[in-house]
Write a protein that binds this ligand. Structure first.
Ligand code: 0L1
Ligand code: MG
Length: 244
């Protein structure tokens, strides 16, 4: 979401020639406006990195989007439904970078060597498009449906885990509604991190030290309903609960 609470038709409905490059220029302009309002750029997210998400959205390519400090939902903070249209939540593996990572040619191994810590997290997405119906350029222009995210309590060195086997259980109102491992994310979340570095390189940019990288929903996203209990449980990275 870019900052309003009204849903709208996809941009591509009235602008069929909208392409991905133009959509990233729109995303960059939205970031410029956020920074002008005082927000700080703190990283990037990948979206549509898992088959579950791609099949659900009918889009077969990942995307990148910007994260700012205004999108951080601290532990226990309520999901601000008044500022959202139709939020959904998904468990993600989250990297914090220890050093700069610049493409092109970044491999998963190089990418992982730049990571300081990995955490479990939950991303709350909120597309500005009615019924979450959009093309890839629409989703890119909407900053990848970014709204909020929470990072869990346990951060470890990535070498201490096999992240392709790290599991997430998604719980809604006491029921496990979906499960996945890190392998759902491009085969290994480090592949997603390398993808982010290489994609940014094509735009003359790099991943900076200290940045957070959300590697993409491991499962499909589930609706965030006021009053429901929504939690993600990771096999080695702890649990976090959304205050809905
Ligand atoms: O984080 C995501 O995977 C979102 C990507 C954009 C598409 C969507 O709203 O699911
Ligand atoms: Mg996501």
């Amino acid at each position: 979401m870019l900052g309003t609470v009204s849903e709208r038709a996809p941009l591509s409905a009235g602008w069929p020639e909208l392409d991905v490059d133009t959509a990233y220029a729109i995303q960059d302009e939205a970031l410029r406006q956020r920074r002008a309002r005082g927000e700080t750029l703190i990283g990037v997210k990948l979206g549509l990195t898992s088959r579950a998400k791609q099949q659900r959205m009918g889009i077969d390519a990942p995307l990148l989007a910007w994260l700012t400090d205004a999108m951080v939902l601290p532990a226990g903070a309520p999901v601000p439904h008044d500022a959202l249209i139709h939020p959904r939540a998904e468990p993600e593996l989250v990297f914090v970078l220890g050093r700069r990572l610049a493409g092109p040619g970044v491999t998963a191994a190089t990418a992982l060597s730049a990571v300081d810590r990995v955490y479990g997290g939950i991303e709350v997405i909120d597309s500005r498009y009615a019924d979450y119906r959009f093309t890839l350029p629409d989703a890119v222009a909407d900053n990848g449906s970014s709204a909020y995210f929470s990072v869990g309590p346990v951060g470890v060195e990535p070498a201490s885990l096999d992240l392709s086997l790290e599991a997430a259980l998604l719980e809604v109102d006491g029921q496990i509604v979906d499960t996945a491992t890190g392998a759902a994310v491009q085969g290994h979340p480090a592949e997603a991190l390398a993808l982010a570095a290489n994609t940014l390189a094509a735009r003359g940019l790099a991943l900076e030290p200290g940045w957070l990288v959300l590697t993409g929903g491991m499962t499909d996203a589930v609706p965030v309903r006021p009053g429901s209990r929504l939690a993600a449980h990771f096999s080695h990275l702890g649990s976090l609960t959304l205050a809905t």
